[in-house]
Design a protein around this ligand. Sequence first.
Ligand code: ZN
Length: 117
Amino acid sequence: MATGNKNPAGAGAPKKDSQPKKKTKKIPERRCIGCGETKPKPELIRVVRSPDGEVSIDPTGKKSGRGAYICRKSTCLKRAFKLKQLGRNLNCEIPEEVLERLSEEITAALETDEGTK
Ligand SMILES: [Zn+2]
C-alpha cells in the first residue's frame, strides 16, 4: 500500500512532460489580396509567378515563384483584379489576357469546389 504519498489531489495537479505527444498542427495563414483577411492557406487559391515570368494558378501550392493568395470567392477575385492587387503582389505587370484566363480558371476551381461539397 502506498502510504506517505504527499500528493493529495490527483486531478488538476500539474505534471511535467507527461504528454509530449500532444501536438497541434499549425496551419499556415496567408492574406487574401482581395479582402485583406488572413485565412488558413488551404482556404485560399494561390496564384504564382514563375521565375520565367509566367503567371498561373497553383492548385498544389508547391510551384516555385512568387505567390499571391485569394479567397475562394468571386468577390475577392474581382476586387483583387480591379484594384490591380495581383500585379502589385506579384511585382509584375499582368496582361489583360492573363487576368482573364486566371479569372476563368479560378471560377472553374470555385465551381469544382462547390460540386465536391
Ligand atoms: Zn478574400
